[in-house]
Ligand binder design. Structure first.
Ligand code: SF4
Length: 622
């Protein structure tokens, strides 16, 4: 079972034992908790879990304490490779099963393409004298203003609307932070910070180390904010002012590059992203000390109106309906090789549902509604091998009935004679559009590129290559208009494979594709393909994504010009939404019009501008 390291820095806090007890009693799996406690106390103080074997304790006389960041830094040293870290204050309460709530949240967010994610929030308060009556209110967590020393504070307000479980975060809260264990290895807490600037400094450092920041829009823990009767570090330490001055100089050196502290040692920014990347992401300009938040209420309202009116104007020019999204290969440039396909992908869409969607699209077109007059084309290619769809012939029949056309993208492995003959029979639907994505024509290279790691024997894989070549040969004779695309980033290698293909299949057009998509970052994380540099260039000097350039047909970006539907019948954002995280309607129960014009659709688009599109090389920046 995966273990959670719970880091607590406690300063003369009577709430410490109750915090630990609540943490244990509310966890679904308390046996996997490991506490790292920095206990700063007077010699008459005690806490009941001191000798609990789950608690590793640093015992410090409070007179020798150097402040909260130092205390957290010391507690961090107790981390010993646990799978997750939870950092909290010593005066907290928890929701029931908080451990699985956090872990599930991390997994859900990791599906958006980055393994390194942090959930951190300002949280509602609790009353130690009445801690059974906990608020259900959710707090937003925003950047506030710069103070005169250059520290940027967080501000909270009660959320009146919580459309999504998570929203992108611009900072962290030191009092509640949950992440993968690697965070504590990658980003050490700077012991020489004191109070002001602790959270924004750590957020920027984590972000530049490649961590995506998220706030959750529901309570996981509760925090006792006021603690008026309790002594704080600055109450006991006359030198706190000097510490604080030095700490702020460090913070400004990190964020404003003032060079007051020329060498920050291991507590500088990371190398995965730059400080400028963070500023673009967050809308903060540290040197000018300004904040323009993407989530500002005014801007959101403005954007919502724009989104709504663009949706209402209609303009669907193309539809991508993926009635079966399973793939039988594992090509090196595809997420399927590295990430399990979502369960929905293996579902075969009933043909009646498929026809319902087609019918509604055509009706909207014919009455000059939401669909363009020129609409006549359907894609069926969401990380899949469409010829494996159980209702392939019926699907072609639907296209024929409604006068629509499609193209077949195939890796050739299952392109048997029967399938080729079927495609030939529906030449009026498919026309000259059978495109074979084959990344290599040398057998061993094809095996390595296409089916490596699929569990079958080397002999079976080689036979698959031989069969694929035979399939192509038959298809090229029967259909006469087959094309081959070689996806290969290395130009010399691409040309070499193209030459071999031309020799093997004379007359078949062969083209190379050197520009590969990292699928909104999901492949960047695997190291297979990266578009980060390109995105950095496109977003330089710009702060917001406002549109999508992935038109393909020149008709319109994915948000407003395309309809995408997965095999379950759910409307999804676009072909880069590998895990179907951005769904906004269900064709099994709703009509195209209801789905397209729904409030949820507008919300999903706005969310995509803040999330997935920022990681996509097709985004349009402003
Ligand atoms: S910019 Fe956004 S909508 Fe367009 S392809 Fe990329 S992720 Fe999809």
């Amino acid at each position: 079972m995966e273990r959670i390291f719970v880091s607590i820095a406690s300063y003369r806090d009577n709430e410490l034992p109750r915090t630990i007890a609540d943490c244990i009693s509310k966890a679904m799996h308390p046996e996997r908790l490991v506490f790292g406690i920095h206990w700063q106390h007077d010699n008459h103080e005690f806490f009941e879990q001191l000798y609990d074997r789950r608690c590793k304790v640093i015992d410090t006389d409070y007179r020798t304490s150097k402040g909260a960041c130092w205390a957290r830094h010391e507690a961090q040293k107790l981390y010993a490779g646990e799978d997750y870290v939870l950092q909290i204050d010593s005066h907290m309460r928890f929701v029931r099963h908080w451990d699985t709530v956090c872990e599930d949240g991390i997994r859900e967010l990791q599906h958006r393409g980055n393994r390194r994610v942090i959930i951190s929030n300002l949280m509602p308060s609790y009353d130690p004298d009445d801690d059974t009556n906990l608020s259900r209110a959710c707090l937003s967590c925003r950047l506030g203003r710069f103070n005169q020393d250059g520290a940027l504070a967080l501000k909270a307000s009660v959320l009146t609307e919580t459309p999504e479980r998570f929203s992108p975060g611009m900072s962290i809260s030191a009092a509640f932070l949950f992440s993968i264990g690697d965070l504590y290895r990658d980003v050490r807490i700077d012991p020489d910070l004191y109070f002001d600037g602790e959270e924004i400094s750590y957020a920027v450092r984590a972000y530049t180390h490649g961590y995506d920041l998220y706030h959750c829009n529901y309570p996981i823990v509760y925090h006792y904010y006021t603690r008026k009767a309790d002594r704080k570090h600055w109450d006991d330490h006359g030198d706190w002012g000097e510490r604080s001055i030095l700490a702020k100089a460090r913070m400004r050196s990190l964020l404003m590059e003032t060079n007051e502290v020329p060498d920050l040692g291991p507590y500088g920014t990371g190398t995965v992203r730059s400080l400028a990347d963070y500023e673009r992401y967050s809308g903060v300009d540290f040197k000018r000390r300004t904040v323009s938040q993407p989530g500002d209420a005014a801007r959101t309202a403005d954007s919502r109106e724009t989104v709504r009116s663009r949706l209402a104007a209609g303009g669907i020019g193309v539809a991508q309906i993926d009635p079966f999204s399973y793939c039988n290969a594992r090509c090196w440039y595809c997420p399927v090789r590295y990430h399990p396909q979502p369960v929905e992908a293996r579902h075969h869409m009933p043909i009646a549902l498929f026809e319902k969607i087609i019918k509604e699209l055509c009706e909207e077109r014919d009455k000059q509604g939401l669909v363009n007059a020129g609409f006549n084309f359907i894609y069926t290619a969401h990380y899949n091998e469409i010829i494996l769809y159980r209702h392939l012939a019926e699907m072609f029949e639907v296209f024929r009935r409604y006068g629509l056309r499609t193209l077949i993208l195939s890796n050739g492995i299952a392109l048997s004679k029967d399938k080729v003959d079927l495609i030939k029979e529906y030449n009026d639907v498919i026309g000259e559009q059978l495109c074979l994505n084959i990344s290599a024509f040398e057998r061993e290279r094809w095996v390595a590129n296409t089916v490596a790691g699929n569990g079958s024997s080397a002999r079976t894989k080689r036979r698959a290559f031989n069969r694929t070549m035979k399939n192509i040969e038959y298809a090229s004779r029967q259909l006469g208009a087959v094309s081959i695309q070689i996806n290969e980033a290395n130009p010399d290698e691409a040309e070499k494979q193209a030459d071999i293909a031309r020799q093997m299949f004379p007359g078949v057009p062969v083209r190379t594709c050197l520009t590969l998509s990292d699928r909104a970052g999901i492949l960047h994380e695997t190291g297979a393909v990266s578009n980060r540099e390109e995105i950095g260039r496109m977003s330089a000097g710009r702060s917001r994504v406002v549109d999508c350039n992935n038109t393909f047909t020149g008709i319109g970006g994915r948000h407003f010009g395309w309809l995408h539907v997965n095999a379950l019948g759910k409307a999804i954002l676009c072909c880069n939404d590998y895990y179907f995280d951005y769904t906004f309607g269900d064709f099994r129960t709703d009509t195209l019009r209801d789905i397209w014009l729904s409030e949820r659709h507008a919300t999903v688009i706005e969310r995509s501008f803040r999330e997935i599109c920022r990681k996509c090389s097709m985004a349009v920046w402003k």
